[in-house]
Design a protein around this ligand. Structure first.
Ligand SMILES: Cc1cc2nc3c(=O)[nH]c(=O)nc-3n(C[C@H](O)[C@H](O)[C@H](O)COP(=O)(O)OP(=O)(O)OC[C@H]3O[C@@H](n4cnc5c(N)ncnc54)[C@H](O)[C@@H]3O)c2cc1C
Length: 300
């Protein structure tokens, strides 16, 4: 499944990028879940063209219809890994499907910071980690638990089985689907049904207390909320991030990042975190990525 341009993120930035890139006759694919956009639950009063308050959900749904009409493929899955190829990039989804594209547009928004345990910040670097990719190696031969509510946690638990001797998993957002549970169990992950409620340990993590009062001994706790964010997805590709805030990516006026063929737009490029800016940048990113494709295909 080869595409010219892969857009990661189905918010206003990604949708607008898709609209502009597809009008330049590129083969475009979009990844992500529209209901996870920051705009989904918001109401807008400061966006051009609407006299009355407009629901974010309505704006997004209309955008999706525009994309579908333009023939853009939408895959409602998160991307868990991006690998550079000799020409372009390989993208791996949460259900382990693989796609390739010559150019990438990153429109993943920013992650809301969520705390799971009251004392978790006291244990950062002492058994608490927010990045499986970065820290899995330190838990070789140890026992870990992964706690999370989305694709990055599920992927992380499976990945950690290559390092840790025992991997436990707690899904913090309702029930896991039977398909996801089966895949975790097949990899040797032990799925917890009791909710972790407290970190056990004085200065370092020694375990977790569950809501039935039992204690599970672990050396590490990985907290992975939502989908993979800026740091986890992009740092391995060498994309330069904002030195003061690793949620943000550095771009120039053409929405180019520091890596050839990778563009970014929307909240991920920094404030103001507004729909008008996301849409404007999405337009530029879509056009810049199209120019890039034309250049590498030698059509210009
Ligand atoms: C409560 C609230 C009220 C707001 N009110 C206003 C307002 O009045 N006016 C205004 O202009 N702005 C408002 N905003 C801000 C506005 O919603 C954002 O600026 C805008 O949605 C940013 O668009 P974006 O496309 O960059 O990111 P988002 O809309 O957040 O979209 C990001 C997309 O990326 C996807 N994604 C993330 N990680 C991955 C991954 N690994 N793989 C695949 N997909 C991924 C997400 O699922 C989502 O689809 C409000 C926001 C909130 C939360």
């Amino acid at each position: 499944m080869n595409y010219d341009i892969a857009i990661i993120g189905v918010g206003p930035a990604g949708i607008q990028a898709g609209i502009h890139a597809s009008r330049r006759k590129n083969k475009v694919i979009l990844f992500g879940k529209v209901s996870e956009s920051a705009l989904w639950h918001a109401h807008l009063e400061n966006y051009f063209g609407f006299e009355e308050k407009v629901k974010g959900k309505e704006l997004l749904s209309a955008g999706i219809k525009q994309l579908e009409r333009a023939g853009v493929t939408i895959v409602e899955e998160d991307i868990v890994k991006i690998e550079p190829l000799e020409k372009g990039f390989k993208l791996i989804t949460e259900r382990e499907k693989e796609f390739t594209a010559l150019a990438l547009i990153l429109a993943i928004g920013i992650k809301e910071e969520k705390i799971f345990f009251k004392r978790e910040k006291d244990f950062i670097g002492k058994g608490i980690s927010y990045c499986v990719d970065c820290d899995a190696w330190f838990y070789k031969g140890k026992r870990v638990v992964v706690i999370g509510d989305g694709s990055s946690a599920i992927w992380g638990a499976k990945f950690l089985t290559q390092f840790a001797t025992e991997v436990f998993f707690y899904f913090s957002k309702g029930e896991l689907s039977s398909e996801e549970k089966k895949k975790l169990v097949e990899k040797g992950v032990k799925v917890l049904t009791q909710k972790p409620v407290e970190i056990i340990g004085e200065t370092e993590v020694e375990g977790i207390k569950l809501d039935d009062g039992s204690v599970l001994k672990v050396d590490g706790i990985f907290i992975e909320q939502g989908a993979k964010g800026t740091l986890e997805l992009l740092a391995p590709l060498g994309v330069e991030l904002d030195a003061e805030n690793f949620n943000y990516v550095k771009v120039d006026r053409k929405m180019k990042t520091s890596v050839d063929g990778i563009f970014a737009c929307g909240d991920i490029t920094g404030p103001p975190l507004q729909v008008a800016k996301a849409v404007g940048e999405g337009c530029i990113a879509g056009l810049s990525a199209s120019d890039y494709i034309n250049k590498i295909k030698g059509e210009n």
